[in-house]
Write a protein that binds this ligand. Structure first.
Ligand code: GLU
Length: 474
């Protein structure tokens, strides 16, 4: 059997990080089994679905690098097909018209509530052998109901949870077409899974209750029931359901916060799945090892510091020129006008190489290197108060003199020049390095001095030293 999975988001907003994990697991399962993947947009809820949400979902999946073999299919384009199947089910006696009015249904609900029972349809229009149905009232657009089995239990094997079962007496006759003929959610999902020949349905465990109903529709259509795997929820760091309150929940927010897709995928794969104690997985390794047997039954909690740690790992691992290209939009956001020349790209690559180990996101990297792309650096007040003091003045003046004489601005020459200053003034490296960093970076942490000086460049270095000297009082 050829494995085929699908990801079936409802386009009512951005792609939630939990949805991305479902998409990833469906993908990995298919790829691990040399199967194929389908993207299906479940847009039958016309009031809540928007084209913007569809675009946002597709953009997120592309950013993550999850590409589909088939689709996107849109449910709204398949209404004729749903109607065809409704007609078939009516014909085969698995569905029937129900003419109950809103008032009658409200009355049924009220009765059930009075008896403290679950509100359910009382079967008025359900045909049974020997039963006489009421006379068809005029002026009512009937709904179509699915005839659920009433005795026994509906059972399915869940690849994460094991056997799951519900008494059929708990399931009432689901509406599969509304009065206006439009098909309903649980029904469309089944028709799609049948037509798209889905073998494994991998989705959130909030759908378990739908699955019982869906299993019976597969059977009524006389089609094989796919295998199911329901994934547990993702919780916030505090154990509550992950929501806006916890920070980013939309996938593209992670892009805007400076995460790499490799890090997000690696992070997501470990949310509810494990392979021994391995933490770092390339996409190929995920595909190689992924198995639904090792998926957790219980919810997993989001851990931002782990995501940051992974992001740093992938930033360091990435080719620095590629990382430099990814950094450009983040610099632009800070007001830097980036260029597309080989010289600029080469310079930015060196900047990335010098700083990448010191930060965890592209946003942090952009902020950290901003001093290299501005005429006026921002001064850290504490560093200024501590380093730009009268004793530093002769040091900075000597630096101006000796650095001013460096003919070829290379890291090796700059290293020698700074050492020369310590020797001439007979002071330790700290007495020179700290005020120098403060003067040219605006703070006391930066890469090695020779690299920093090299990247700042001669003209700017001398200019900043001059300004720093002027800031010192007395
Ligand atoms: N459209 C559903 C959702 O976004 C998923 C349905 C399914 O996977 O069967 O929650």
């Amino acid at each position: 059997m050829m494995v085929k999975t699908r990801f079936a988001p409802s386009p009512t907003g951005y792609l939630h990080i939990g949805g991305a994990r479902t998409a990833l697991f469906s993908h990995l399962y298919a790829l691990h089994n040399k199967g194929t993947t389908v993207l299906r947009i479940e847009d039958t809820d016309l009031e809540r679905s928007t084209p913007e949400a569809v675009a946002a979902i597709i953009e997120s999946l592309e950013w993550l690098g999850l590409h589909y073999d088939e689709g996107p299919y849109y449910q709204t384009k398949r209404f004729d097909r749903y109607k065809e199947v409704i007609a078939e089910l009516l014909e085969s006696g698995h569905a029937y018209y129900c003419y109950c009015t809103q008032e009658e249904l409200a009355e049924m609900r009220a009765k059930a509530e009075a008896k403290k029972e679950k509100p359910r349809y009382d079967g008025t229009w359900r045909p049974e052998p020997g039963k006489t149905l009421p006379a068809i009232p005029e002026g009512i657009q009937p709904v179509v109901r699915f005839k659920q089995p009433q005795v026994g239990a509906t059972t399915f094997v869940d690849l994460v949870h094991g056997n799951l079962s519900v008494q059929n007496s708990e399931l009432d006759d689901l509406i599969i077409a509304r009065g206006d003929g439009s098909p309903t959610y649980n029904f469309c999902v089944v028709v799609d899974d049948v037509d798209m020949e889905i073998t494994h349905v991998i989705r959130g465990d909030d759908h378990i209750n739908n699955t019982y109903r869906q299993v019976n529709i597969f059977k009524a259509m006389n089609k094989p029931v796919p295998k199911f795997a329901h994934l547990a929820m993702i919780l916030g760091d505090d154990g509550q359901k992950l929501s806006k309150r916890h920070g980013a929940v939309g996938v593209m927010e992670y892009y805007h916060q400076g995460y790499l897709p490799e890090a997000v995928l690696n992070y997501l794969v470990r949310l509810g799945w494990s392979h021994g104690d391995q933490e770092i997985f390339s996409f190929e390794e995920m595909v190689q090892y992924f198995d639904l047997n090792n998926v957790n039954k219980s919810a997993s909690a989001f851990n931002t510091s782990k995501l940051r740690w992974l992001n740093q790992h992938y930033m360091i691992e990435k080719n620095p020129t590629e990382l430099a290209m990814l950094l450009k939009p983040f610099l632009e956001k800070l007001g830097v006008q980036t260029e597309t020349s080989p010289e600029f790209d080469n310079y930015l690559t060196q900047v990335v190489e010098a700083h990448v180990k010191r930060c965890e996101t592209l946003v942090e990297l952009a902020e950290m290197v901003l001093y290299l792309f501005t005429d006026t650096i921002e001064m850290d007040e504490a560093a200024k108060a501590k380093q730009l003091i009268p004793v530093s003045k002769p040091v900075l003046e000597k630096l101006v003199e000796i650095l001013g004489n460096v003919a070829e601005w290379t890291p090796a020459n700059l290293d020698a020049a700074v050492k020369e200053v310590t020797q001439v003034l007979e002071v330790g490296m700290g007495k020179v390095g700290m005020p120098l960093r403060t003067a040219i970076v605006g703070r006391t942490n930066s890469p090695n001095l020779d690299e920093t000086l090299f990247l700042v460049g001669k003209e700017r270095t001398l200019d900043r030293l001059g300004k720093a000297i002027a800031m010192i009082e007395g």
